[in-house]
Design a protein around this ligand. Structure first.
Ligand code: SAM
Length: 250
């Protein structure tokens, strides 16, 4: 995991490692119409340091498996869960999302915020379906075009970064194609990007560079994050995170 050393160093102190917010996690839960009293088995895939895991643990009567392939993030998650008094409801699993150990129909809910792109939305939706019980829920946030046409600079960037980016209707179609009934969709508001994710990360840049001797590699990481932030600020009317809630049928 040496390739990730600097990225871990920049991100593990953050409360979240991608755009999101507690109110929006709860909004998705409301859209999903989850029975909060029912005993549930939940997996939070690509959980990072656990922002969504903690909220789900607080709001649900659930056993949550927090999955990430970076043990450093899971170590932080465990420490924070302990501090919040939530540790008894959460177990961590260091594992690739491409090779999950769950049994067929083991889970009531698969939750994944800003992470399914690592396997690809369609592959994740298709491969993970078998872990859900009939009527189980998939809740996934995914980078999404929120307008039908886009400025060429933005289109070019995302075509090279993540060619699977698409409009919400296409993502919903993917869910239908793979045996889910779409239940709800909304777009994360701007504060989920700027106030909850980008601004706190920018505030960590200086210490991060100092800790890492202002190395070329560390500066390259900061420059890349800064470019992404500028791109979002310029084009936030065209691109966002869609939150998709869908129920497994059959
Ligand atoms: C953008 S972050 C989002 C983290 C968290 N869900 C949040 O919203 O704060 C993506 C997460 O996916 C994890 N990840 C990336 N590729 C993965 C893989 N193949 N298997 C498991 N986790 C992975 C990363 O370590 C990271 O924690």
């Amino acid at each position: 995991m040496d390739d990730y050393k600097l990225l871990i160093d920049l991100h593990k102190q953050g409360y979240r490692q991608g755009p999101g917010g507690d109110a929006e996690t709860e909004q998705a839960l409301n859209l999903a119409m989850v029975d909060r009293a029912a005993p549930l088995k939940v997996a939070d895939i690509g959980c990072g340091t656990g922002a969504s895991t903690f909220l789900l643990a607080r709001l649900l009567n659930a056993r949550i498996t927090a999955v990430d392939f970076l043990q450093d993030f899971l170590d932080v998650l465990e420490e924070r869960a302990e501090g919040m008094g939530l540790a008894d409801r959460i177990s961590t699993l260091a594992c690739s999302m491409e090779n999950l150990p769950f049994a067929d129909e083991e889970l009531n809910i698969i939750w994944t915020e800003g992470a399914i792109y690592n396997i690809g939305f369609e592959k994740g939706v298709a491969d993970w379906r078998r872990y859900l019980k009939a009527g189980g829920l998939l809740v996934a946030s995914e980078i999404t075009w929120i307008t039908e046409s886009r400025p060429p600079e933005l289109q070019k960037h995302w075509d090279s970064e993540y060619p699977e980016i698409d409009v919400a209707s296409a993502k919903i179609r993917v869910l239908e194609k793979h045996g889910y009934s779409p239940v709800g969709y909304f777009v994360l508001p701007e504060h989920c990007w700027l106030d909850q994710y980008y601004r706190p990360m920018q505030a960590r840049f200086e210490d991060f560079l100092n800790r890492n001797g202002n190395s070329e590699e560390a500066r390259a990481i900061v420059a890349a994050e800064q470019r992404e932030i500028e791109l979002y600020e310029r084009y936030k009317d065209h691109v966002g995170y869609g939150v998709y809630v869908a129920k497994k049928f059959g």
